[in-house]
Design a protein. Structure first.
Length: 144
């Protein structure tokens, strides 16, 4: 695997973690939003990651006996099926005919842990790219 592949792999990981951070931010922003019906209530969202599809370079490297690395791609963003939180507040202006208001199924503690994990993964991939860049620069100065 060449150093140029490292940039592609780390870049795909940084893109995936950026999307993960965005969905986490959206979940946290809507954690306390309320609704008068289940259908209108915000539901927590999570990105779905998968290994990038192999390219022609992957197949050539595999034939040569090398096992190339592969990046990550975001297949989509799915909504959580966890139950919504129903709170009985008959005097609330947004309560339904039974006196309930609906809160999203966002677990703030879980979202904060997810945010920290995504942030650290992004930082690590930034360090990987910086290290690969330094290695390439040192390689170029070997002949001087």
């Amino acid at each position: 695997m060449s150093l140029s592949n490292v940039f592609g792999i780390a870049g795909s990981a940084m893109n995936a973690q950026s999307i993960r951070l965005n969905t986490t931010a959206s979940n946290l922003a809507n954690a306390e939003s309320i609704s008068s019906s289940e259908g209108e209530t915000y539901r927590a969202r999570k990105p779905v990651f998968a290994v990038q599809a192999p390219t022609e370079d992957h197949y050539r490297a595999a034939e040569a006996g090398a096992v190339p690395g592969q990046g990550v791609e975001v297949k989509g963003i799915v909504e959580s099926d966890a139950p919504l939180r129903m709170v009985y507040e008959p005097n609330h202006p947004m309560s339904d005919e039974n006196g309930y208001i609906y809160y999203p199924n966002v677990n703030v503690v879980e979202e904060m842990a997810d945010m920290i994990s995504a942030s650290r993964s992004f930082q690590i991939n930034t360090e990987i790219m910086n290290t690969a860049k330094q290695m390439l620069q040192r390689t170029l100065t070997l002949g001087q």
